[in-house]
Design a binder for this molecule. Structure first.
Ligand SMILES: Cc1cc2nc3c(=O)[nH]c(=O)nc-3n(C[C@H](O)[C@H](O)[C@H](O)COP(=O)(O)OP(=O)(O)OC[C@H]3O[C@@H](n4cnc5c(N)ncnc54)[C@H](O)[C@@H]3O)c2cc1C
Length: 376
C-alpha cells in the first residue's frame, strides 16, 4: 500500500516539479508562482494527503504522509507557501473548529485560494506570548480588533491570518485570550513588509485598527484562545512543520557535495554526523507517528524534536559552507542554494518557540526538574 503510494507520488513529482527553481516565495512574483504550484498539487490531490477526501485530501495515514514528504523533498519540489495554514491552522481547526468553519475554510486552504499567516508575536511578546496586548472589543455580531503583530512569515503577500487577541482585559495573561481569524485585506489592516537577513521582504508587521472579526471567525469559545494556541504550537514544534524528508534530502545533498569536493578528510566526520542525525530524526518521527496512530498524544515531547531538527539543520548547512569554501558566498551560482538555506537555518533555533524555551519545557515537563526560581 505504502509502496504503491510512494511510486505514485514519485512518478507525479518526476513529471511535474519545475525544471528550474521557482523565484523565492518571499517576493511577490515568487509567492504567486508558489501559489500556482500549490494548485497543481491540489488538482492531483497531493496538497493535503492526510486530510479527509471531502476537503481535498486522501485520508492518508501519518506513515503515508512521511513517505509523501520524503519523496517531495528528494524531488527538490518547491517550498510549501501554504505551510502556515496547512501545518498549523488546519490541525487546529480539525481539533477545535466548528463544522461550518472546516467546510468554509479548509477547501480554500487546500486549493491555495487562501494562504494564511500566523499573527501571534508582538513587539513585546515573543517567547512570553501570554504578554500580548492586541485586543478585541465586543461589537454587534463580532469583535473589533486592534494592535500590532510582527514577524509574520509570508505575511507580506498572504491573504488571511490567525492570531491571538486579548478579549477580556479584566483577566490576566493566559486567560481572556481568543483565537481569531481575519483577512489581511480587511478595512483597518495595514501590512508593512520587513526586510530579512537575505534581503527579501516576505516577512511583515501587521497593524490592526478596529478590524471587524465576525463571530463565525472565532475558533473555539471566546476566552479559550490560550489552550487552542498551545495545540497549534505543539503541531508547529512537533510532527507537521518539519518532516524528516527535508533533512534526509539535505543530508543526501551534503554527502554528494563532500564527494564532489574530493572527500575532504577534515570534514568527513561532520558530514557523516549530519547524515546519521537526519536518519535518527527519521526513525524518531516514525516512532512518534506510530504512537499517535495508536491513540497517543504529542505533548511536551514536541520540544525535543524542535531542538533536534533546528540544531541539525544549522550544523548541516555550516558543514556545506565549509566544504564550499569561498564559493559559499556566490549566491547566484550553481551552489547558491546552500547560502540561502543556511541563512534560513539560522532562524531555526528562534521560530516555533526559541530553543532556550524548549529546553526549559524539556527540563520541567519531561525530566521533571524543579521550576526555575524567578530572578530577583
Ligand atoms: C524566521 C522566523 C519566522 C517567524 N515567523 C513567525 C510567524 O509567522 N508568526 C509569528 O507570530 N511569529 C513568528 N516569528 C517570531 C518568533 O516566534 C519569535 O521571534 C520567538 O518566539 C522569540 O520571540 P522574540 O523574538 O520576541 O524574542 P524574545 O522572546 O525577546 O527572546 C530573546 C532571547 O531571550 C531568550 N529568552 C526569552 N525568555 C526566556 C526565558 N524565560 N528563559 C530563557 N531564555 C529566554 C530567548 O530564547 C531569545 O534567545 C518568527 C521568527 C523567525 C526568526
Amino acid at each position: 500500500m505504502t509502496d504503491v503510494f510512494r511510486a505514485e507520488v514519485r512518478d507525479w513529482l518526476a513529471a511535474h516539479v519545475p525544471a528550474r527553481p521557482l523565484p523565492s516565495l518571499d517576493t511577490a512574483e515568487g509567492f504567486e508562482a508558489h501559489r500556482a504550484w500549490e494548485r497543481e498539487l491540489a488538482a492531483a490531490r497531493l496538497a493535503v494527503v492526510t486530510w479527509p477526501a471531502a476537503y481535498g485530501g486522501r485520508d492518508a495515514t501519518l506513515a503515508q504522509w512521511l513517505v509523501f514528504e520524503e519523496e517531495y523533498w528528494a524531488a527538490g519540489a518547491p517550498a510549501r507557501v501554504g505551510q502556515n495554514g496547512l501545518s498549523l491552522l488546519a490541525p487546529t481547526l480539525f481539533a477545535f473548529g466548528s463544522p461550518e468553519q472546516r467546510d468554509r475554510l479548509l477547501p480554500r486552504m487546500a486549493g491555495a485560494q487562501d494562504i494564511w499567516a500566523q499573527a501571534w508575536s508582538e513587539p513585546d511578546a515573543g517567547s512570553d506570548l501570554a504578554a500580548i496586548r492586541s485586543r478585541g472589543v465586543r461589537a454587534a455580531g463580532g469583535w473589533l480588533v486592534s494592535g500590532t503583530k510582527t514577524w509574520c512569515s509570508r505575511g507580506a503577500f498572504a491573504d488571511r491570518a490567525f492570531g491571538l487577541f486579548r478579549t477580556d482585559p479584566a483577566l490576566e495573561r493566559h486567560r481572556g485570550l481568543s483565537y481569531l481569524l481575519f483577512s489581511l485585506r480587511a478595512p483597518g489592516v495595514t501590512v508593512r513588509p520587513i526586510r530579512q537577513l537575505g534581503g527579501r521582504t516576505g516577512f511583515a508587521e501587521i497593524f490592526l485598527d478596529e478590524v471587524f472579526v465576525p463571530d463565525r471567525d472565532v475558533v473555539g469559545a471566546p476566552g479559550d484562545g490560550w489552550r487552542i494556541a498551545m495545540s497549534t504550537a505543539s503541531h508547529e514544534r512537533g510532527l507537521s512543520l518539519r518532516s524528516p524528508g527535508r533533512f534526509l534530502a539535505a543530508a543526501g545533498r551534503l554527502v554528494w557535495l563532500w564527494r564532489r569536493s574530493g572527500g575532504d578528510a577534515a570534514l568527513e566526520e561532520q558530514v557523516a554526523d549530519a547524515w546519521i542525525r537526519a536518519r535518527a530524526y527519521q526513525l524518531h518521527t516514525q516512532a512518534t507517528a506510530d504512537r499517535l496512530a495508536a491513540g497517543g498524544t504529542l505533548g511536551a515531547e514536541a520540544s525535543l524534536g524542535k531542538v533536534f531538527w533546528s540544531e541539525l539543520d544549522l550544523a548541516l548547512h555550516e558543514t556545506a559552507l565549509d566544504l564550499l569554501g569561498p564559493w559559499a558566498e556566490v549566491r547566484d551560482g550553481p551552489d547558491g542554494r546552500w547560502l540561502e538555506d543556511y541563512l534560513f537555518a539560522l532562524a531555526g533555533p528562534i521560530y516555533a518557540g526559541t530553543n532556550e524555551i524548549q529546553r526549559t519545557l524539556i527540563a520541567e515537563r519531561l525530566l521533571g526538574l524543579p521550576r526555575e526560581a524567578p530572578s530577583r
